[in-house]
Design a protein around this ligand. Structure first.
Ligand code: BES
Ligand code: ZN
Ligand code: ZN
Length: 500
């Protein structure tokens, strides 16, 4: 995808269309809106005055006019951003994404965007703009042989008056890396489970690692048995597809991290969740191909890290496993022993995410992680509690939780904290083993999932993100298609870069 930046005269952009962010109830009286009003022969002022366009978030209006002078554009798209006070850098991705989706539909191949976001730094504005252009063009139609969306924007021009063009150029490059890494995550999450089984997930991670210069190690079942990962392996017994532990390592040439500090991101990679012997009802079971979204977000974040090259090391771990019922499958009531020596009574084989994360988190700490963030489509309960608007965040270190919530605010992703504590942990005590994998029916399901994983963290600072409600969008938005969202990728990139 071609992109460049201009900083003085937007009329120099040689593009098919112009797009401009417009605030709610903005008057077209001065500045750039006035210039555009002139260019369009008064169309901007008349549509705003006539209340055809109000500047609400996500609203768009296309104006056609005769191109003048050097500028070849004959269309101007007004893109609403809502209240000016609420317009933050991350909002630029929505504006650019919305413009991209409207303009490509009418066969525009190139456009120039004026995002009009005052937040500094300009490099971040440019990164968000480019990310939005890229993520907005992801579609679910990979396996269609006809009716595919073939229309795309090939060239993007960013106009920020008075900015340093070097900053914008760096930002555009950065936004391309982030956007493509998000789409990489989304493609993984969207793959059907007959295509993306644990082995394929591992292959894709390995290929990506080679391309971006990460170390990648794939542990097979024999190696996992040897490490004592009886909890993870118990989920895999019912499947013909062998489990894989995907380990990605980024090590900077020169690290600025404190000696011994290592951040690990760990993902649930259940490539399909039937529930196992505690089988799920048929209705909606197909959605469970997305049960590896946490793992996909780990792999996408690691891709971005490999290309952005921060000065701190990052470890990525994905437990890729298929949860199926068959003659070898784990039964409700079975007892297994995890890598850290704890025994688990498995009372429901559908609570499998926590079982694979138990060993994956212990493995990450064993590899030296001092901070661990795990991501998982762990519970249906989180969808009841927070819907698709907030990711649940829980953990043993308030500072790390606050840091992630703050990174999320900057990235435009919402997190909402739920409590943990000894009283909740008591609820997973088993009569016959150390712990059981479920708590009392329908009570605090998301918290119970988290305190189970906590049992496998020794000394590390640890945060758990339950993304079951936020990893998949059921409806299209003006700036992106429905389907996988690559949740947490942008937030984690911020967290990693702030640790430098
Ligand atoms: N992958 C599911 C969580 C899930 C359920 C995500 C529905 C999206 C929609 C997870 O493995 C699961 O089945 N969890 C159970 C846990 C229960 C048995 C304690 C759940 O949430 O029902
Ligand atoms: Zn399950
Ligand atoms: Zn699951």
């Amino acid at each position: 995808m071609k992109s460049h930046a201009i900083t003085d005269n937007f009329q120099d952009a040689n593009v098919d269309a112009l797009a401009i962010a417009v605030f709610k109830d903005e008057k077209p009286g001065g500045g750039i809106l006035k210039e555009l009003d002139k260019l369009t022969g008064g169309l901007v002022a008349s549509t705003i005055k006539g209340e055809e366009f109000k500047g609400e978030a996500g609203e768009t209006l296309l104006l056609r006019f005769s191109p003048k002078g050097k500028n070849s554009a004959g269309s101007l798209l007004l893109v609403g951003v809502g209240d000016k006070l609420d317009y933050k850098t991350s909002g630029v991705a929505k504006v650019s994404g919305t413009a991209t989706r409207v303009l490509r539909k009418i066969n525009v191949k190139s456009f120039a965007l004026m995002p009009r976001c005052d937040s500094e730094p300009n490099m971040e504005v440019a990164a968000c703009a480019m990310q939005g252009v890229i993520t907005s063009q992801f579609e679910l139609d990979k396996y269609k042989t006809s009716d595919k969306n073939a229309k795309s924007i090939d060239s993007f021009v960013l106009f920020v008056e008075g900015a340093k063009s070097g900053d914008l150029k760096d930002g555009l490059e950065r936004g391309e890396i982030i956007g493509e890494s998000m789409n990489f995550t989304r493609d993984l999450a969207n793959e059907p489970a007959n295509i993306l089984h644990p082995t394929e997930m591992a292959n894709r991670a390995q290929k990506m690692a080679k391309e971006v210069g990460l170390k990648c190690e794939i542990l097979d079942e024999k190696q996992m048995e040897k490490l004592g990962m009886g909890s993870l392996m118990s989920v895999s017994y019912g499947s013909e597809q062998p489990a894989k532990l995907i380990v990605l390592r980024y090590e900077p040439k020169k690290s600025t991290a404190k000696k011994g500090e290592l951040l690990a991101i760990v993902g649930k990679g259940i490539t399909f969740d039937t529930g196992g012997i505690s089988i799920k009802p048929a209705e909606g079971m197909d959605a469970m191909k997305y049960d590896m979204s946490g793992g996909a977000s780990v792999i996408g974040t690691m891709r971005a890290v490999g290309l952005l090259k921060p000065s701190v090391p990052v470890l990525g771990v994905v437990a890729a496993v298929e949860n199926m019922p068959d003659g070898k499958a784990t039964r409700p009531g079975d007892v297994v022993t995890a890598m850290n020596g704890k025994t688990i009574e498995i009372l429901n084989t559908d609570a499998e995410g926590r079982l694979v994360l138990a060993d994956a988190v212990a493995y990450a700490e064993g590899e030296g992680a001092t901070r661990i963030v795990d991501m998982a489509t762990l519970t249906g309960a989180v969808i009841i509690a927070l819907g698709d608007l907030n990711t649940a965040i829980l953990g043993n270190d308030q500072e790390l939780i606050d840091e992630i919530i703050e990174c999320g605010k900057e990235a435009g992703e919402n997190f909402w904290q739920l409590p943990i504590g000894a009283e909740y942990s008591k609820r997973i005590k088993s009569d016959i083993a150390d712990i059981k994998n479920i708590g009392p029916a329908r009570k605090a399901g998301t918290i119970i999932g988290a305190v189970f994983i906590q049992e496998f963290v020794k000394e590390a600072k640890w945060v758990h993100l339950d993304i079951a409600g936020t990893a998949w969008a059921d409806a299209e938005k003006p700036h992106h298609s429905k389907g996988p969202t690559a949740v947490a990728v942008r937030t984690l990139i911020k967290l990693i870069e702030k640790s430098q």
